[in-house]
Design a protein around this ligand. Structure first.
Ligand code: ZN
Ligand code: ZN
Length: 411
């Protein structure tokens, strides 16, 4: 375990920079039973920051696995009314949300994919109002990570359980800009300023398309929606509170046009989806839609993702990250999107973020659809950046601007 001091610093970061808990605001902490120490520190830090009431919603990945094994499909598709009520109550009371992610890689291997798919769909359907609330930035929310032994061993297979957990804590702290002698809150204020500057440069170009090429077969053109907004780092809720949805974050991202994606993209890191690891895969798009794909491992899982719903075969996000970034430089493959997506350029299949278009968070679903927004209950990031990634942006006037050379920003 890390020292109490490091845990306190990390918790303070989640509360002050992540969710930015406001005076007298209720807080919902979502934690795995694997990460109780951090959850407790976050609860304490939230009260110290003025939280009115802090509620912890515990989850346990192993309990969930038994559920998938033993419940029949019909039962799995029933979402208890109290789960819906709980989410409604959190929204009504203007709560903010702090999630601690601690995935157990490979835990769901061997589960009937229909069960995973159908129970996931039922849950997302019932709670789509909640997802709309969060993704529309109606409340502050943040995700931080903490290790568990299985995940740690997956990242550091040569270490003992205990050493692996220790090493993963160190890697998480480093990626999250928490060190023994820094003030992480201060460090993040500086980091947010840097990301904001990058967004401003890209926003001023208003590129019509981006063309991505590299030596392993990626050759894809992505049209961006008109009046798109590059975002990344801190965000602002509809009532004006700043927050950082992801700790760590290195990305600057925007909205692709749902029907404007053409070409092939080759993934450069595995994708953990529904507890399974999809490896060595590629996707081919035509007019926005995935028309062909393959994976050396877990092709069925990739199929599940692509066929999840009507929008999950279209893109909802394109994100740029220099190959020369702290997480990428650490050389560690975390097997967790929160980290790996910040090591590499990525795109997401599924739902787009309304804030990635001017005035988007105030548009209704019809208005969003009309500008090329992709609606889906899924949102899965996958990484395709490489050290030789080349990106050229093309403006409305036809002017070409090199954005990335040899994997890094050059503008
Ligand atoms: Zn992203
Ligand atoms: Zn994403």
């Amino acid at each position: 375990m890390p020292t109490k001091k490091m845990l306190e610093k990390f918790a303070e970061l989640a509360v002050k920079i992540g969710a930015n808990v406001q005076e007298n605001q209720p807080v919902v902490v979502r934690s795995s039973t694997e990460t109780t120490e951090l959850a407790r520190e976050i609860v304490k830090a939230a009260y110290q920051a003025g939280a009115k009431r802090v509620e912890v919603q515990w989850g346990d990945e192993y309990v969930s696995r038994y559920g998938l094994d033993f419940m029949d499909l019909e039962t799995l598709k029933e979402v208890p009314e109290w789960v819906v009520k709980r989410a409604e109550h959190a929204i009504e009371s203007n709560a903010c949300f702090i999630s601690i992610t601690s995935p157990v890689p490979g835990l769901n291997a061997g589960v009937d994919p229909v069960k995973t798919q159908e129970s996931g769909k039922a849950m997302m359907r019932k709670l789509s109002f909640f997802q709309t609330h969060m993704m529309g930035n109606k409340a502050q929310w943040t995700i931080v990570a903490a290790p568990n032994p299985v995940w740690a061993k997956k990242v550091f297979p040569d270490l003992t359980d205990e050493d692996a957990v220790e090493a993963l804590w160190d890697a998480i702290f480093q990626a999250s800009r928490v060190t023994e002698d820094n003030d992480p809150v201060q460090a993040w204020e500086t980091h947010n300023e840097t990301l904001t500057k990058h967004n401003e440069i890209l926003n001023s170009y208003q590129f019509e398309t981006l063309h991505f090429t590299n030596s392993i077969g990626t050759d894809i053109t992505i049209q961006l929606v008109e009046n798109h907004v590059w975002a990344g780092g801190n965000e602002i809720t509809t009532n004006g509170v700043m927050f950082n949805p992801n700790i760590p974050t290195e990305e600057t991202f925007t909205m692709p046009h749902k029907f404007g994606v053409n070409g092939k993209v080759v993934a450069t890191k595995p994708l953990n989806y529904q507890g399974n690891l999809i490896e060595d895969f590629w996707l081919e798009f035509k007019e926005g839609k995935v028309i062909d794909y393959d994976a050396k491992k877990e092709k069925q899982t990739l199929k599940n993702l692509i066929e999840f719903d009507e929008g999950s075969c279209y893109l909802g996000e394109i994100a740029l990250i220099s190959h020369d970034s702290p997480i990428s430089n650490s050389g560690i493959l975390f097997f967790n999107t929160l980290f790996d997506e910040n090591a590499s350029c990525h795109m997401a299949l599924g739902r787009a973020y309304p804030m990635n278009v001017k005035n988007g968070i105030h548009m209704d679903p019809e208005a969003l659809a009309a500008i090329g927004y992709n609606h889906s209950m899924a949102h899965s990031d996958f990484m395709f950046g490489s050290e030789d990634m080349h990106i050229v942006g093309k403006t409305k006037e036809g002017k070409e601007v090199v954005i990335f050379e040899n994997g890094n920003f050059v503008i």
